[in-house]
Design a protein around this ligand. Structure first.
Ligand code: AMP
Length: 228
């Protein structure tokens, strides 16, 4: 099945990264996480990484121009031609407008019906659950798998089930930074709900349920969204 671009949308901790990996595996299409791409740039010390590092540590959003250029570069990859999952992008109305234009101008990215606009799966999660997920989150630095010490612990504490690497806590998952990230989400990202709703491209999912239940519903929603 050909899948059009899918945007996973929701606040930090809503489960976008976890679900994006599962959906990407299921359809054999790439997960494009702007947070992961930025963290890679920070680690490698690229110019983008040097510019983004402190902004990310404060929990603020990296400027639109930098993020859009980075996404444009990534979308040139041949692996995107059968579709892709965007995780953490767009996060501002400016980014959403940029993406709409980009998809129209770059004809390879269409769905089964030849529609070029992306559709959005919005994960709705209660505030306290978000806090618990963010403070309990651990990530494998080798394979990127995400765990949660409360709800999805690894088999051996602090060790990845898949490759045995020692799990890490993201720097921006500390409480003061979490508060900033949630503020940035409310002020700059939440307006996108109206943007996509008006264009009839928004599907909502209750993300407060077990991971497998959410994945099953997300897969059903993608089939529906793909025919929009
Ligand atoms: P995430 O892994 O999606 O939570 O992103 C981590 C951090 O990367 C965010 O707090 C922002 O500082 C930055 N970031 C990720 N995606 C974007 C985006 N689309 N626009 C601006 N900043 C972003």
């Amino acid at each position: 099945m050909k899948i059009g671009p899918v945007i996973l949308f929701g606040p930090p901790g809503a489960g976008k990264g976890t679900q994006a990996k599962r959906i990407a595996d299921k359809f054999g299409i790439p997960q494009i996480s702007t947070g992961d791409l930025l963290r890679e740039n920070v680690e490698k010390g690229t110019e983008l990484g040097q510019n983004a590092r402190q902004i990310m540590q404060r929990g603020e959003l990296v400027p639109d121009r930098m993020v859009c250029d980075m996404v444009a570069e990534r979308l040139k990859g041949g692996d995107c031609e059968r579709g892709f999952i965007l995780d953490g992008f767009p996060r501002t109305v400016t980014q959403a407008v940029w993406l709409d234009n980009y998809l129209v101008e770059n004809t390879v990215f269409d769905n089964a019906n030849g529609t070029r606009a992306a559709f959005v799966l919005r994960f709705v999660v209660e505030y306290n659950a978000l806090l618990q997920r963010l403070t309990g989150r651990r990530t494998c630095p080798t394979c990127g798998r995400i765990y949660n010490v409360h709800t999805q612990p690894p088999r051996v504490a602090e060790v990845c089930d898949l490759d045995g690497s020692r799990l890490v806590t993201r720097k921006d998952d500390q409480e003061e930074v979490i508060a900033e990230r949630l503020k940035a989400y409310e002020a700059q990202t939440l307006p996108l709900v109206e943007y996509y709703h008006k264009r009839n491209r928004l599907l909502e999912i209750n993300g407060d349920r077990p991971v497998d239940v959410v994945t099953a519903e997300a897969l059903r929603a993608i089939e529906h969204g793909n025919s929009l």
